[in-house]
Design a protein around this ligand. Structure first.
Ligand code: LLP
Length: 428
């Protein structure tokens, strides 16, 4: 007999508060930790309508505390790159830990202000800032525009003049360093659209110094994303050291250097390494970069902050066998986590409700969207799985919810926040 999915115990009833902003969000006030599977609160998981994003707020806080520990006593400012995850609750938690914000659109500027980030610690990047976005940044007296071209510099100068103010800027320099990551997320080579080439930097700097409504604060770099080897960062430090020597000789001092983001996470062993190796990462800059007295070093981390705390939780709609393949068809699709389809990215898949010790079979794990690329995993060994089982797609905290779409007129997933101490504290 066909198995009907049991959704009668959805969390829309007792003890759970619902509120809506971009999507329907569900927060759980008290948690029963008795039922944990792969670290998930199974009461919470089984009560919630799938698909949804499950955020483990303990992992988020521990990640933020580790960043605080690693940067304490150094002239370092870490900005959170909102593009990785703009969920309002997550933003509030990060803002509360004192991080700055790295923004790439007017929408992100508004979200960061709403979440309580300090405008003085906001950086605004992007090759194509429109006039209203620049004005919004100026109105809020934003800490720094990361400027990517001369036309952009001139428009910022003009808009700042019209508003009777000086705009704080840094030049985004393209250091021509290959970060050896996926071609869609490499940004620091000469063929990318990003940044100003080193060969024209000096004339660009001189130009900016002559503009009346520009305050040139420093230089900005970002070489790519999901970088797990420290060597590209060490090369970046060498490039910056050379540039600082060059400008010292010309009597030009920068008050800040921004090395962007890009630190990767462990997608294959999320439980062994839920928090990235910040010691190695910050250590590379502590050892290799010769900051000048009074100079501050800025970072713009996205994935490394939120990647590990999120999972996409989904229910198996059907298990289907074809001539050559065995498919697990989920109720989550590429619309909820596009990384595997777009970058062939690996995400661990776990069956949270399989019988313990059950044998494994090889499956392709796919979504319901009408695209052949709607595949989360291929030829993956998973416990024997059935319709109705609950599956976690791990490491979905970064670029999951923020890249979600409604293609096929699908509903956006809801969110749950497990271990939400901050929320509980803020309610007392
Ligand atoms: N700063 C700038 C100027 C950036 O362009 C980015 C990311 C970041 C900081 C933050 O990078 P993160 O620390 O998160 O690596 N959707 C892709 C990633 C695109 C990253 C774009 N820029 C993915 O899912 O892998």
């Amino acid at each position: 007999m066909a198995r009907l999915l049991n959704t009668s115990h959805l969390a829309l009833h007792s003890g759970i508060r619902l509120f809506t902003d971009r999507t329907t969000k569900i927060r759980i006030k008290e948690m029963d930790k008795t039922l944990l599977q792969h670290g998930f609160d199974m009461n919470l998981v089984e009560q919630t309508a799938t698909p949804f994003y499950y955020y483990d707020m303990d992992i988020l806080s521990e990640t933020l505390q580790e960043i605080q520990r690693q940067t304490r006593g150094y002239p370092f400012t870490v900005h959170y790159a909102l593009k990785a995850n703009g969920n309002p609750h997550i933003l509030k938690v990060i803002a509360n830990h004192g991080l700055g914000a790295d923004l790439v659109s007017g929408g992100e500027v508004k979200a960061a202000i709403e979440a309580g980030f300090d405008p003085k610690e906001m950086t605004f990047s992007g090759v194509g800032k429109t006039d209203w976005e620049i004005k919004l940044g100026l109105e809020n007296n934003m800490g720094c525009f990361n400027v990517e071209s001369i036309p952009e510099l001139e428009i910022i100068n003009q808009l700042a003049a019209e508003m009777g103010m000086k705009a704080n800027i840094a030049f985004r320099v393209n250091p021509d360093i290959d970060a050896h990551t996926h071609k869609y997320i490499t940004t620091g080579t000469a063929d990318n659209k990003f940044g100003i080439g080193i060969e024209v930097l000096e004339q660009t700097v001189m130009h900016a110094l002559a503009l009346p409504n520009i305050h040139l604060r420093g230089l900005h770099f970002h070489i790519g994303s999901q970088i797990t080897m420290m060597q590209p960062y060490a090369m970046l430090c060498d490039t910056i050291n050379d540039l600082l020597d060059f400008y010292d000789e010309r009597g030009i001092h920068f008050e800040m250097i921004n090395v962007g983001g890009g630190l990767g996470i462990d997608y294959t062993e999320p439980d062994q390494h839920p928090i990235p190796d910040f010691d190695q990462y910050f250590g590379t800059f502590k050892r290799q970069l010769r900051l000048r007295p009074g100079q501050r070093l800025h970072f713009e981390l996205g994935r490394a902050i939120v990647g590990g705390c999120g999972s996409l939780i989904s229910r198996i709609t059907f298990v289907k066998e074809s001539r050559n393949k065995r498919f697990i068809i989920l109720d989550a699709g590429m619309t909820d986590l596009i990384r595997p389809a777009l970058y062939q990215a690996h995400h661990e898949v776990q069956n949270l409700t399989a019988e313990p010790g059950s044998p494994t079979k090889t499956y392709d794990v796919v979504g319901p969207v009408c695209e052949s690329s709607d595949v989360f995993a291929q030829d993956r060994a998973l416990p024997v799985s059935h319709r109705g089982d609950i599956v976690a797609i791990r490491s979905a905290g970064a670029y999951g919810e923020s890249m979600a779409s409604q293609y096929n007129m699908r509903q956006l997933p809801s969110c749950v926040f497990a271990n939400d101490k901050y929320y509980k504290k803020s309610r007392i």
